[in-house]
Write a protein that binds this ligand. Structure first.
Ligand code: SF4
Length: 297
């Protein structure tokens, strides 16, 4: 087992970012038996994970701890966000067996808390909401004690799509705001800041425990980040994650600024002071990082 800088892990991958990373970016490189077991389960069941699609730097830690985030509705997204490495294009037909296979993976991995996310499927009438609900149902059918967190797209603001998901009462309803309002048109061109804030507010109104996440270092100011935190709290969002943006490949938005771990600690303190029940803020924090620790008792 060894600790290595993330950029060393990317050497040899011609598509990877060439940006130098600050010294605090070190991850534990270890493909232990649990990592290999997760790899086997995911491959055998023909599933996708956002851990891989998003080139998440925590994959060694999470998979060694038997945690993974499933990516449903395929691995091709109808939107193109400039920081995201998920493939954009015309998605394949919906795979109606996928919810059962996700539930079987949750069972095989013995998860206590399952996190489910999806690509955007704007071409579907319900944006894929019914597949989220079927996935929740199948997980609960095979894993009655498992809590479920769904990290949903904005469903283009559809009230009925949101209701379809919230009707299944997932323990956590997560929707990532990702960045500040000013940067949305440039880097999340098919998203809308206010639409996402409103979605979180409506989910809270429907009785959900809500959660959202930001990745910083894409050109925002600290005050703009604080404004997002205030807007999320105005929508009564419960849980917040803040992590450092890392350029996934040379074709993606370069990092504008690396924040020091002390700055993340300061954001965390500010978030807690604003009233979030839980704030996960650190350079390597991601939306689903340590998610199992955020479930309400
Ligand atoms: S932080 Fe989330 S996306 Fe990253 S490896 Fe862990 S579970 Fe997967």
């Amino acid at each position: 087992m060894s600790f290595v800088p993330i950029e060393d892990l990317r050497k040899g991958d011609g598509s990877s970012s060439h940006q130098r990373l600050p010294p605090w970016f070190k991850v534990r490189l270890q493909q232990g038996p649990d990592y290999r077991d997760i790899r086997q389960v995911v491959d055998d069941l023909g599933l996708h994970t956002i851990c891989e699609e998003a080139r998440c730097p925590n994959i060694w830690e999470c998979w060694n701890n038997r945690t993974a985030t499933f990516l449903i509705l395929g691995d091709i997204c109808t939107r193109r966000c400039h920081y995201c490495s998920v493939t954009t294009g015309k998605p394949l037909a919906v795979d109606h067996d996928e919810p059962l296979r996700v539930a079987q993976a949750v069972q095989a991995m013995r998860l206590k808390h399952a996190v489910i996310t999806s690509v955007n499927r704007d071409e579907l009438d319900d944006g894929g909401a019914s597949v989220f609900t079927e996935t929740i149902r199948q997980i609960r059918r095979l894993n009655p004690a498992c809590t479920v967190e769904v990290l949903i797209p904005d469903f283009e603001g559809s009230e009925s799509a949101l209701q379809t998901v919230t009707a299944e009462r997932p323990e956590i309803l997560n929707h990532n705001i990702e960045t500040v309002e000013r940067l949305f048109p440039d880097i999340r061109p098919q998203g809308k800041y206010q639409r996402s804030i409103e979605l979180l507010g409506r989910a809270k109104h429907m009785g959900m425990t809500t959660k959202s996440g930001l990745i910083i270092g894409m050109g925002e100011t600290a005050d703009e980040t604080r404004q997002v935190m205030q807007d999320l709290r105005a929508a009564k969002c419960d849980i917040l994650t803040i992590g450092q943006y890392l350029q996934p490949t040379r074709q993606h938005l370069p990092v504008a600024r690396f924040y020091h771990p002390d700055e993340f600690a300061a954001f965390k303190a500010e978030g807690l002071a604003l009233g979030f029940s839980h704030v996960e803020a650190s350079p390597l924090a991601r939306s689903s990082y340590h998610a199992e620790q955020q479930v309400m008792p």
